[in-house]
Design a protein around this ligand. Structure first.
Ligand SMILES: [Zn+2]
Ligand SMILES: [Zn+2]
Length: 436
């Protein structure tokens, strides 16, 4: 015979099970609705991708993309489009539901890169129509998917609250994209409280999405070291400073620096030499040489680290000591690029639970860090933000990484990217508590 306590707990279990089944039914219906919504915007996404891919434009010169996206948004009924003085090719549009709720921004880039599109694989369409410029970082795809998302959200405002701000951003590959938009204060003026973005990931299967809490991508800085000394005839290196050979010593010392001078297990840093230039004639040792490269780190390299000197100071001191030891003059220039991209842990926790319940593919939330850099980092410094990776690989397409001439995308990835952005806008504005 069961005690009354056992009966209550059985009853409670039935109620919980009932609520859970009910939740699953609600989720199932919502997922079916979203499938239909995503299908309904496929021509908007495909047309935008075809146009942007065929008409690639470099950073700050995205005039055609600007006109296309602005016209498409206006056709969808968007009337609040904010101009940017510092980044005039940006298109920033606002969807105001008129109901109280958070202001959520969704960001996609617009710029292409300076490289001619490869001829392989032949079955990948569309193709760049501009010699020497191609979309090989997927920014055309990101913008097309955000346009599809804007269409879904505009047609179904009852599933949102608050406001959604669409940020079509120029110049991710160069300076003056996210940094200019943040500097101008546009997102702050619009009251943005959280911001999301996605980036295609070559080699990751279509349907797979990943996001991890904390620092996900490194900060990047570039450096140039100019060495000046005495030139000489190549037959008599003892009469000069042999700058080409000396430049290779500096290149090695800088490259080895993290592995030999830092606790890299706990302080990951990469210094890479990307350029060495010296001389011209094969029988002259020039009086100057130049090397340049990049520094990737998860720390602010100008700040003291763990009670010790800043990384920038350590590198400068090493260069200074080497130059003095070899009796040459030098100019050391360090330019800060994007800071690290940091995914907000609270926003990560808030969003990933409801997202996991409705995501039809694989959602990988395993902590991950990469040494690549991304200007979305400028937003993550000022706003709670999450940066997602979107799988694009299937049937031989989307297999190679970004920035390559053979870069391609499997078209089926678009439906997942539109779904992801739509869900982030809905979860972000209505609150995780409203998701079963
Ligand atoms: Zn890129
Ligand atoms: Zn990119």
């Amino acid at each position: 015979m069961a005690s009354s306590g056992t009966r209550i707990s059985r009853c409670a279990r039935r109620i919980v099970l009932g609520l859970w089944l009910c939740s699953l039914q609600v989720l199932g219906a919502a997922a079916k609705d979203l499938d239909e919504e995503v299908r309904s915007v496929s021509s908007i996404v495909n047309d935008a991708y075809d146009y942007l891919h065929q008409n690639p434009e470099l950073g700050k010169r995205e005039f055609k993309a600007h006109a296309y996206i602005k016209a498409a948004l206006q056709k969808l009924g968007y009337t609040q489009i904010v101009e940017s003085k510092l980044a005039p090719t940006a298109v920033i549009a606002v969807l105001d539901t008129g109901r109280p709720g958070p202001v959520v921004a969704l960001r996609a880039e617009m710029d292409a890169r300076p490289l001619s599109e490869g001829s392989e694989p032949q079955h990948h369409v569309p193709r760049s129509q501009i010699d020497g410029v191609m979309h090989n970082c997927g920014h055309d795809f990101h913008a097309a998917m955000l346009l599809g998302t804007a269409a879904i959200l505009a047609r179904n405002p009852d599933k949102l609250a608050g406001k959604v701000v669409f940020v079509f951003q120029p110049a991710e590959e160069t300076a003056g994209g996210a940094d200019d938009i943040v500097k101008e204060g546009i997102l702050t003026q619009l009251g943005v409280e959280k911001i999301f973005a996605q980036h295609v990931a070559g080699g990751v299967p279509v349907g797979a999405v990943s996001v991890s809490p904390g620092a996900a991508l490194a900060g990047s800085s570039t450096f140039t070291l100019k060495l000046k000394g005495r030139g000489s005839h190549a037959a008599a290196p003892y009469e000069g400073d042999d700058l080409p050979l000396l430049a290779t010593h500096f290149a090695q010392a800088l490259s080895y620096f993290p592995a030999r001078r830092l606790d890299i297990a706990n302080r990951p840093v990469v210094v890479s030499i990307a350029r060495i230039a010296a001389g011209g004639a094969s029988n002259v040792l020039p009086a100057e040489a130049e090397i340049g490269g990049t520094i990737r780190a998860f720390e602010d390299i100008d700040r003291e680290y763990d009670g010790g000197p800043a990384l920038a100071t350590m590198l400068k001191d090493m260069v200074d000591g080497m130059a003095k030891a070899h009796g040459v003059q030098y100019e050391w220039t360090l330019r800060a690029g994007a800071p690290p991209t940091v995914n907000n842990p609270r926003l990560f926790a808030e969003v990933t639970r409801p997202l996991a319940l409705v995501w039809p593919g694989s959602l990988n939330t395993t902590p991950y860090r990469g040494m690549f850099a991304e200007d979305f980092a400028f937003y993550t410094k000022g706003f709670p933000a999450l940066y997602f990776s979107l799988g694009i690989a299937k049937d031989g397409l989307g297999a190679v990484g970004v920035h390559r001439a053979e870069f391609t995308i499997h078209p089926e990835a678009a439906a997942y990217g539109v779904r992801l952005m739509t869900l982030l806008a809905r979860i972000g504005t209505t609150g995780a508590a409203n998701w079963p």
